[in-house]
Design a protein around this ligand. Structure first.
Ligand SMILES: [Zn+2]
Length: 249
C-alpha cells in the first residue's frame, strides 16, 4: 500500500476528544464516506466495553448455523441436498466457529503475561495482518494493523500478544472503527500504557462485491490514547516510526 500520506494526514489530526478516524477513499466514493444505509462507512460508535463481551457470548452453536445455512440455500433457490451442497452447511458452521472465535476470548487473557524491560522506548509493531467480518453484511474485511504503545513502569507484553489482541477483537462481527478503538482500549487498560496508537487499513468486501463495488478502496482508522492522544507531536513521531516499518508501507 502507498498509504503513507494518510498516516501523515492522521498525524496532523487535531481532534483529540475522541479517537481520530479517517477514511482513505481511493475510489473517491462519497457515498461510502457518508456511511450510507447498509454500508460499512465511517460511522463511529462508542467503543464497547471489552470485558463485558466474552461473558455475554454463549459460544457458537454449530448445529444452529447448519440449519440456518440450509435455509439460506433454500431461500436463494438452491437445492441443499445436491451433491456439491450437502456438506456446505457443516463447512460454513465450522468456518463461522473460527471466524467468530473472538466472542469467547478476551484480550486480558493474552495481555496478562507481562515482563519487565529496562527501556522506556515505544514499542511499534506494524503490518499485523487481520481478517474480520463486517457486522452489517457478514462479509469479510481484511487488512493490516499497526500498533504502538509507550510502556508504563517498564511493563511490556510479548510482541505476539499484540497480534493476539488484534485477533480477539477482529474475530467478531465488527465495524472497523470499533475494532480500532477496542484494540487501543485493551492495550491502554491491560498494559497501563502511557500512550497507545492503533492504525488499521482494510479493504471491505461489502464495498468490492456489492453496493458501491469499488475494489481497492482502503479504509484507514486511527485510535490514540494517553500521550498519543493529547500530544500531537508525540503522535506524529510515533506514526512516522510506524510508517518506516517495511510492512507498514
Ligand atoms: Zn459491510
Amino acid at each position: 500500500m502507498n498509504d503513507m500520506n494518510i498516516l501523515n494526514d492522521i498525524s496532523s489530526g487535531t481532534r483529540n476528544s475522541r479517537p481520530l478516524g479517517l477514511a482513505d477513499h481511493k475510489a473517491e466514493n462519497q457515498e461510502f464516506s457518508n456511511g450510507g444505509p447498509g454500508r460499512c462507512g465511517t460511522r463511529t460508535l462508542p467503543g464497547e466495553a471489552e470485558a463485558a463481551r466474552p461473558s455475554r457470548a454463549p459460544g457458537v452453536d454449530v448445529p444452529r448455523i447448519e440449519r440456518a445455512v440450509r435455509e439460506i440455500l433454500l431461500a436463494i433457490g438452491e437445492d441443499p441436498d445436491r451433491d456439491g451442497l450437502q456438506e456446505t452447511p457443516r463447512r460454513v458452521a465450522r468456518a463461522y466457529r473460527d471466524i467468530f472465535s473472538g466472542l469467547t476470548d478476551s484480550a486480558a487473557r493474552h495481555l496478562q503475561t507481562q515482563f519487565e524491560h529496562e527501556s522506556h522506548q515505544a514499542v511499534v509493531v506494524s503490518g499485523i495482518a487481520f481478517n474480520s467480518t463486517c457486522e452489517h453484511h457478514l462479509l469479510p474485511f481484511r487488512g493490516q494493523a499497526h500498533v504502538a504503545y509507550l510502556p508504563h513502569k517498564r511493563r511490556v507484553a510479548g510482541l505476539s500478544k499484540l497480534a493476539r489482541t488484534v485477533d480477539v477483537f477482529a474475530r467478531r462481527p465488527q465495524l472497523q472503527e470499533r475494532l480500532t478503538e477496542q484494540i487501543a482500549d485493551a492495550l491502554d487498560e491491560h498494559l497501563s500504557a502511557r500512550g497507545v496508537v492503533v492504525v488499521l487499513e482494510a479493504e471491505h468486501f461489502c464495498m468490492t462485491l456489492r453496493g458501491a463495488c469499488k475494489p481497492g478502496a482502503v479504509t484507514t482508522t486511527l485510535a490514540a490514547r494517553g500521550l498519543y492522544r493529547s500530544d500531537a507531536a508525540a503522535r506524529g513521531e510515533i506514526l512516522s516510526l510506524m510508517k518506516r516499518s517495511p510492512q507498514g508501507s
